[in-house]
Design a protein around this ligand. Structure first.
Ligand SMILES: NC(=O)c1ccc[n+]([C@@H]2O[C@H](COP(=O)([O-])OP(=O)(O)OC[C@H]3O[C@@H](n4cnc5c(N)ncnc54)[C@H](OP(=O)(O)O)[C@@H]3O)[C@@H](O)[C@H]2O)c1
Length: 236
């Protein structure tokens, strides 16, 4: 695979703390969805490749139920990046971690049928009962009623030895990590499109205005054709 500007990036040392980053693509008018439930990604083919390169640095990649129902694929890296990961001492594929209260997931999706590692599902007691039987066999189910980001991270660290976690949305999941002041980095792609629809979502979606971080530092800016790739470090 050709060199990518995110291939050899370094991360700040976090001691015992899990490093948490988020990767999202927005339109120029700040939307991460286009007409609500449209499953296609907003970004270009290069942005999708970039997603894989960013994932290659992380032990686990997490997404919420709505995102996974629309994009029911394992949150992994292309096979060309597996050796890059193992050379760094990581497992060949990151762990996929799904958050769902309802347990409303489709066992026939490629996410479960073609998973290179057993996905982790964090769900409520009711959600676990609602999970279709094949998923109970294809995934590892962790029951947590009303989990907050802190307890999700603690579980992933203690049980799955996760040291770096990548959050890939959607906006309501991103919001929870920002509100808990646990987001350390943001990878943001600006895609040259305008969506315009009032009901489409922005990068984070919650009930209250977020408390501002102490500092948000722009680490790098890259351009590829008309897309811009930003990397920020957040200090709370
Ligand atoms: N442009 C981008 O980069 C990008 C990236 C990702 C997603 N998206 C878009 O974002 C949209 C979805 O975003 P969204 O905000 O509606 O939904 P979301 O964040 O993907 O998922 C929300 C769902 O996650 C589960 N969940 C959230 N917090 C939880 C918690 N603490 N414990 C247990 N489960 C929890 C619940 O699942 P259940 O409903 O199953 O209970 C909840 O309904 C989609 O249109 C997707 O395409 C865009």
């Amino acid at each position: 695979m050709r060199e990518h500007f995110y291939q050899d990036i370094e991360f700040a040392h976090h001691g015992q703390r899990v490093l948490v980053a988020c990767n999202m693509v927005t339109s120029l008018d700040g939307k991460v969805t286009a007409d609500g439930n449209q499953p296609a990604s907003l970004g270009s083919a290069f942005d999708r490749r970039t997603m894989g390169v960013i994932r290659s640095h992380f032990d686990a990649v997490l997404a919420g139920g709505n995102t996974i129902r629309l994009h029911p694929y394992y949150l992994g890296v292309p096979s060309a990046l597996e050796s890059v990961r193992t050379e760094k001492g990581l497992a060949s594929q990151p762990l996929t971690v799904l958050l769902t209260r309802s347990g409303n997931l489709d066992p026939a999706s490629p996410l479960f049928e073609k998973a290179p590692r057993t996905p982790i599902i964090i769900t409520s007691t009711a959600g676990a009962k609602n999970l279709p039987q094949p998923i109970q066999e294809q995934a590892r189910v962790e029951i947590m009623d009303n989990p907050d980001p802190q307890s999700i991270i603690a579980l992933l660290q203690e049980t799955y030895q996760v040291r770096r976690l990548l959050v890939e949305g959607g906006p309501s999941v991103n919001y929870q990590f920002m509100q808990a002041k646990l987001l350390d980095e943001l990878f943001l792609t600006l895609h040259p499109s305008l969506i315009g629809k009032r009901t489409d979502l922005g990068l984070s979606a919650g009930d209250k205005v977020l408390e501002q971080a102490k500092d948000i530092k722009l680490l790098t800016v890259h351009q590829q054709e008309d897309e811009i790739f930003l990397r920020y470090r957040i200090t709370w």
